[in-house]
Design a protein around this ligand. Structure first.
Ligand SMILES: NC(=O)c1ccc[n+]([C@@H]2O[C@H](COP(=O)([O-])OP(=O)(O)OC[C@H]3O[C@@H](n4cnc5c(N)ncnc54)[C@H](OP(=O)(O)O)[C@@H]3O)[C@@H](O)[C@H]2O)c1
Length: 323
């Protein structure tokens, strides 16, 4: 690409915003042209640029949003109305009917739905979203099994990293040497978003979410029953063969990796696999209650947030949706 597309980062000072900056600094298709945060941060510098406030004029065609959910709903709508293509991590618009909720390797074609958004028809502005971080990691791991064998029941328990709670996050005395057995809204998101991604309202899923003192990388313990019977070898092959090579700058190879060691995946060893975009699976074994159980790990601010959003934008550029 001879001219890199100017992009902006909304919420540039946050955990996700900072990850956007590190992933975009040397991106072959995009160059950071705008950095935006609250009025509290406006005027300071970030990535060599002066931080703008939420109502300043922006030159960027694409805006990556790592905005706090308390403000993302209205601000993202405002930017779409002004003609920007908002690629969001926030929960606010994920379940809106014409807003795609996308993991490109699973349902990239859903990004075409932006053509039905009134702002896109009027001036090219639109909102697209990627799922909640735990949902993304779970969906990437489950999709090969869902596609090849169907899934009857899904039980998931998460061990979620601190960076998932944003910056500055949870007070250290609440979490060091401790586990928090509740993350507001998280279980509901995991249950509803997976149905939208798989376009299957009948998924039977139960989620339990915990916060643990890990810096980066969400671990998920999953048990599933499949609609059609499958052997260990069938599952292994499904993980290995379901995902096509996408040939986009942020698409990892492999998309999922099945680790043979019995003490993997671990956040410290495996969260950065594939630059943080590869989801790692281990401990695949029979389950006495459902059919199979296994442990999954993915990087929450890369695959589960900034990296996933950048992949969505790359898919849209490749599909000619960025006018
Ligand atoms: N962390 C993760 O792993 C993760 C994963 C998936 C999705 N998400 C979602 O991504 C979003 C960002 O998460 P985060 O963890 O990066 O949160 P964060 O660290 O709390 O960052 C929030 C950002 O929003 C900005 N902001 C707050 N109020 C604003 C306003 N009125 N106008 C403009 N900017 C404003 C903040 O700027 P100031 O510094 O100026 O206040 C900051 O840059 C959230 O919606 C979250 O749910 C997070």
């Amino acid at each position: 690409m001879s001219h890199r597309i100017p992009v902006g980062i909304l919420g540039c000072t946050g955990a996700v915003g900072q990850k956007f900056i590190s992933l975009l600094e040397r991106h072959p298709w995009f160059r950071i042209a705008d950095v935006v945060a609250s009025e509290r941060s406006a005027g300071k510098t970030c990535a060599g640029l002066v931080i703008k406030g939420p109502y300043d004029r922006l030159e960027s065609r694409i805006l990556f949003s790592g905005l706090d959910a308390a403000v993302a709903g209205d601000l993202e709508t405002q930017y779409a109305e002004l003609g920007h293509l908002v690629v969001s991590n926030a929960r606010n618009h994920r379940m809106d009917p014409n807003v795609p909720l996308v993991i490109p390797e699973i349902n990239g074609h859903a990004l075409n739905q932006i053509q039905q958004q009134p702002t896109y028809i009027r001036n090219g502005g639109a909102i697209v979203t990627n799922p909640n971080c735990s949902t993304t990691v779970m969906a990437v791991a489950l999709y090969p099994l869902y596609r090849q064998f169907g899934l009857d029941k899904i039980m998931v328990t998460t061990l979620q990293a601190l960076s998932g709670a944003g910056y500055p996050g949870i007070p250290s005395l609440d979490i060091l040497g401790n586990t928090l057995p509740y993350i507001a809204g998280e279980e509901e998101k995991m249950e509803s978003e997976l149905s939208k991604i798989f376009a299957d309202p009948n998924l039977c899923i139960s989620a339990t979410c915990n916060r643990v003192p890990v810096v980066d990388g969400h671990t998920l313990c999953l048990s599933v029953s499949t609609r059609q019977p499958a052997t260990y070898e069938d599952l292994r092959k499904a993980f290995e063969t379901t995902y096509p090579t996408m040939d986009l700058p942020s698409s990892p190879s492999p998309v999922v990796q099945l680790l043979p060691e019995e003490n993997r995946p671990q956040p410290r060893l495996d969260a950065t696999a594939g630059g943080g975009m590869t989801v790692s699976i281990g401990r695949l074994r029979p389950c006495k209650i459902l059919d199979w159980k296994f442990t999954v790990l993915g990087h929450n601010t890369v695959r589960g947030a900034a990296g996933g959003a950048i992949l969505n934008a790359e898919w849209m550029v490749r599909a000619g949706l960025v006018k």
